[in-house]
Design a protein around this ligand. Sequence first.
Ligand SMILES: [Ca+2]
Length: 137
Amino acid sequence: MKMRTVLKGVLGVAVTVAATAVIPAGPAQAAYVCSKGEVCLYEHYDRTGSVFVVPFGKNGMGKISDFRAYTFFNGTNLNDKVSSIDNRSDHLLTLYSNVDLKGPYQRIYANTKFSFSGLRFPNELKNDQSSSLQVTG
Ligand SMILES: [Ca+2]
C-alpha cells in the first residue's frame, strides 16, 4: 500500500516534468484545440499561436470590459493581439475595438470559426484591435 503511494507520487512528478518541457516548444507547438462549449481567442490567424479561453466556463455568458487585464497562455497581453477566434459555445460572441464594449465590432456567431486574415471593410474591427468582448444569448 505504501509502496504504491510512493510509486504514484514518482509518476506524478514525471508527468509534470514532461508537460513543462512541452509548453515552451515555440512555433512547432500544436495550437490549442478549443473544446465544445468554449470560446477561444488566438494570437495568430487561423487558430494558431497562443490561446485565451474565455473564463466564463463552457457555454457561459458575460463580458470582459478591458483586455489589458488579461494575457494569452504564453503571457502576451491580450489587448490588440487577437487574430482568430473559435466560438464553440452556443452563444453570440461580439469583439469590440475599444474597452467597455465600444467602437467598431465583429460578431462571431455560435459554433463559428473566424479569422481576421480575410478582406475587411474600412469601418470594421481589424486584426490585432480587439480590446473587449461580450458573450450573450
Ligand atoms: Ca495577433
